[in-house]
Ligand binder design. Structure first.
Ligand code: ADP
Ligand code: MG
Length: 308
């Protein structure tokens, strides 16, 4: 069944100039572009953790498996090129279910304008698992890393945060175009995508760069979903810690922020939320000027106590 399945997948994919040799050989061959750096990321999504097969349709699962990787490529301000997709199907699935997922992956690859260049396929007694390895490119030296934040930088995000569990976690658009536009029009010092929430993710930039941050609570853009959903957390807490926003979090000089905001009809809205200061950690300043620590844990990929 496996070979027929892969042939079926191949029939849904068009020949692609970004891949010299794709599905069917021992390895894929991807041409190198002069003056470019390769950018590679990989992410594993699992039934019961990142999606639920009984609840989420195949189209959403497939799209998310690709989109989380594309968001990581965007976070480096790179262009996604070709994906390798390894799938472990539950042994209980039939051919039609497997094909539906493969077709959804082919459709999502088309939506995101990436090639599918290979992968691996197997079955087991557990739930559906999908690993995507995504290859991308960036002009040499132009990738935006986490370790370049500088004291005096403004901290910005590309969109409102929080409440993604309602639906956005499956329907978000990775910020590839935004990242490329920002890279072209400003000197980005540090950048990452928001998968766990600012209160956890910002800590990565701060630790990598050896700096601290001040965030102004009133300037954090909050989604409608985070304002209206019923939870014990306030909308602000949700914006800081819900995660799966997949907006970009980046730092740049105040002059560059001004320059970006002065561009007429700018295709990217940026939301300045705070600044980089010397030291360690992050303080959240509320409307009354009260200061609290803002680095909490986001979603933790944990073990059950029994499994440790
Ligand atoms: P190998 O024995 O070298 O591991 P396989 O029989 O596993 O080769 O795979 C045959 C071809 O099909 C390879 O080119 C591989 O990249 C591709 N392939 C297998 N599974 C997938 C998948 N889930 N998505 C895309 N390509 C796949
Ligand atoms: Mg194989």
């Amino acid at each position: 069944m496996e070979f027929e399945l892969i042939d079926q997948l191949k029939s849904w994919l068009k020949p692609d100039a970004r891949v010299n040799l794709g599905i069917g050989d021992d390895c894929a061959l991807i041409p190198q572009t002069d003056g470019m750096e390769s950018v590679v990321t990989t992410d594993l999504v699992l039934d019961g953790v990142h999606f639920q097969t009984g609840i989420n349709p195949a189209a959403d699962i497939a799209r998310k498996a690709l989109a989380v990787n594309i968001s990581d490529i965007a976070a480096m301000a790179a262009v996604p090129v070709a994906a390798f997709i390894s799938i472990v199907f539950p042994r209980s699935w039939n051919r039609q279910q497997a094909e539906e997922l493969l077709q959804a992956l082919a459709d999502s690859a088309r939506e995101f304008q990436i090639a599918i260049a290979g992968g691996d396929t197997n079955t087991w007694s557990g739930g559906l698992a999908i690993n995507v390895t995504l290859y991308g490119e960036v002009p040499k030296g132009k990738a935006v890393r986490r370790d370049g934040a500088q004291v005096g930088d403004v901290i910005c995000v590309t969109g409102p945060l929080g409440g993604s569990f309602a639906e956005k976690q499956f329907r978000f658009t990775p910020r590839v175009q935004e990242a490329l536009w920002l890279r072209e029009n400003a000197s980005l010092h540090a950048m990452m995508d928001l998968s766990d929430g600012i209160s956890s993710d910002l800590g990565h930039i701060l630790r990598a760069s050896g700096v601290a941050a001040e965030i102004e609570a009133e300037r954090i853009p909050i989604t409608e979903a985070a304002r209206s959903g019923k939870t014990e957390k306030t909308p602000l807490e949700r914006a800081l810690s819900d995660g799966e926003d997949f907006e970009l979090l980046f730092t740049l000089s105040p002059d560059d922020v001004q320059r970006l905001q002065d561009i007429p009809d700018s295709p990217v809205t940026i939301f300045p939320i705070g600044r980089i200061i010397p030291g360690q950690g992050c303080v959240l300043i509320d409307a009354a000027g009260k200061r609290t620590e803002c680095l909490a844990s986001g979603f933790v990929h944990g073990f059950d106590a029994a499994g440790q």
